[in-house]
Design a protein around this ligand. Structure first.
Ligand SMILES: [Mg+2]
Length: 247
């Protein structure tokens, strides 16, 4: 490792959604698709509702469920339907359909941020080990399938899917500690980059890693990170390299 880089840091670990890939574009397409299907179902069964109002409720629900770290979409749809029309029951087959529609649309519309791959290449060239620590999509195997779509999946020395490879999702520190041990490192030799203060930063802090909050949006939930950045291209600077630029 180059001597100008941050002392003692041997690995850079990342979150996936909204850190390396643009989840907002994916969510917009996903919310449109789910709202359109639900609107069709409700209209056919006699409930008058606009697609826009379903979309607005779904956007709010998505944020609430993320803050509560409830990722199983099957559990979201009865809640959403209850907010639109409390008398409506949702069938098991519609639950399945909406969950599949959600993830298929999200996977198809969430591409890496333009500086994601070049950042990972830069770090590998500098001699850092790379890790990915990312929460389950709610069903075993789905997140892994989504990760494998990306060319950068092969760049990581370890991938931990929290809630599948470990019993709990973030912010439980166990997944961060598992990633460090799979890399043969102590947590204090790892720095974690993530966008959510209440899962990524809280969990990595608890594991004893250094932390970088990537500010993609304001969650209005405070959790102290060692550094905060606005784009991945700022990483070299944080790691002590004042000369390199990531394009
Ligand atoms: Mg994220």
């Amino acid at each position: 490792m180059s001597p100008e880089l941050m002392l003692g840091i041997k690995a850079v670990l990342f979150d996936l959604d909204e850190t390396l890939i643009d989840g907002q574009a994916g969510l917009k397409a996903t919310h449109n698709a789910v709202a359109s299907r639900l609107c069709q179902y409700l209209t056919l069964s006699g409930t008058k509702v606009s697609e826009e109002s379903i979309r607005a409720k779904l956007r709010a629900l998505d944020d609430r469920m993320n803050v509560a770290t409830k990722y199983n979409r099957d559990a979201w749809w009865p809640v959403l339907l209850g907010e639109i029309d409390a008398d409506k029951k949702i069938s098991r087959s519609l639950v399945e359909e909406l969950t599949h529609l959600y993830w298929a649309t999200y996977a198809g519309a969430s591409e890496p941020y333009p500086d994601a791959e070049s950042t990972l290449v830069y770090l590998k060239d500098k001699g850092y080990k790379l890790g990915l620590v990312t929460d389950t999509d709610g069903r075993k195997g789905w997140k892994n399938r989504r990760i494998k779509r990306f060319r950068f999946a092969g760049f990581f020395d370890t991938i931990v899917i929290c809630g599948e490879d470990t019993p709990h999702t973030k912010p439980d520190p166990e997944s961060f500690l598992l990633a460090a041990s799979k890399l043969g490192l102590r947590a204090s030799e790892c720095i974690f980059v993530g966008d959510k203060p209440f899962t990524d930063i809280k969990g990595a802090n608890a594991a004893g890693m250094r932390t970088i909050l990537l500010k993609r949006r304001d969650w209005s939930i405070g959790e102290r990170a060692d550094f905060s950045i606005n784009s991945l291209a700022e990483l070299p600077h944080v790691l002590g390299d004042t000369k390199s630029k990531i394009i």
